[in-house]
Ligand binder design. Sequence first.
Ligand SMILES: [Zn+2]
Length: 488
Amino acid sequence: MLLRMLKRLCLVMLVASLLAPAVSASVLLKRGTKLTNIITPEILATAKNGEVVVGDMIFGADPSFLAAFPGNLWSNGVIVYSFDTALSGEKRANFVAACSAWTIGTPLTCKERASERDYIFVREHTGDQCSGPFVSCSWVGRQGGAQSLWVYQTHWSQAYVLQHEIGHAIGLIHEHQRPDRDAFVFIVEGNVRSGQMPQFNIWPDVAISTQYDYASIMHYFNCSFARDEINCSLRRPDLQTIVPKACALDEVGGAAITQLDYDGVRKAYASNLQAVLVKEQLSACGIVNYEPSVFQAICAPYCEVMGGTQYKKVEEPYENWCGYMSALPPNYERNKCVRIKKTYMTSWWDHDDFSCGRLGAETLHELWVKCGCPMVSVAAACTNVNKFSAGSYEDRDNIPDWKSGRVVYFNDIMKELEQDDLLADDVTENLGNFYQLNYLDRNFETKLMRVRAGIYSLARWERSLNPDYQLTGETVEEITKYRKMRWH
Ligand SMILES: [Zn+2]
């Protein structure tokens, strides 16, 4: 009976997490932050006209600015902008659309300047601004007066670039520069283009309102600022500047504003929550105190035996890398492979918005174990996760076209799932239909791989409790829906 209840609890939480939007993140650069640790004398030496550019972020170069970052949020959430007269109507419209994208479900609004004192001055450059060609850039937060947002000449039609730069103007810095990022990604310094390493440095003093979000619009891509950008790709992790540590994840970087980017902005701009954010201290994250209500919500009714509500964050020993890191140089940090808990990192979300993002991904799992749900073995966690990649199918000589490649890819994955006896009859009966409904999807292979990872992730949990567990159509439908594939 107890086992069944535990199992149900595990299932409810896991399935719910698969259905929930991916937890997103927002890293707010706090007013008063000391910038001299980040903007070193070498970077400062590149300052021009009182401005210093770090990658795609503009800061003031004078000592008072560096001693205490003066950036503010926009009053009442109103982002005010003004266009350089040379800009075409189409370019203006693209900027307005990108700004509007940030207002969905947030307290932000975008407004063209009438006579406001503080505003974003939107301009175009051809390679002489920001840190050179192919880079757009913006000030971080509201600086007072006119503040430039430079769009590189070819970026006007790339909505994600405009959204990213507006994200800076809103007050956000990069997701991959938050203080806890080393738990989630490897930064491969040797692959970073000369002089660009400051773009990957950690910002120590920021307000984080959500969990680490690999897909945040404020997260760089695997190949951003790569030394060998031409050959770098998802299939060449040896050339990437950012490599995710999660077993089931290859790709990082945001092509659109995520639900959690929105959540972060919502919190940052909700004045009643602001005080909480500012008070939040990252140093407190090493030890997490659970409020009794949160604790009860997670563990009830199995908590009585555990006592206490304080847990120290623990480090698990690293194990092998699930096969993916073998492409990296031999002396690379491969021994520091993904902790077993990281496998679940993308499966959990944070119930408590102000727990420094820890409650969901890591400490929840500790609590979980204490609650009686077993930890699975490292071998089980790493088995099969990266076995398939779409690339190896594209490369096969004997596959005449992409459509045939997709059939082979699909069949191989389904065969594997069936061999592991993971699928209930109502699932196997619908596989043909499932293929027909989805094979024209541009991202078919990627989505399918993620569905597969979701199935194995869930099955690992379930099989640790019931070795005969099989996924039903209902469960598979939830997983496919979460990955934006059609099941029926
Ligand atoms: Zn940026």
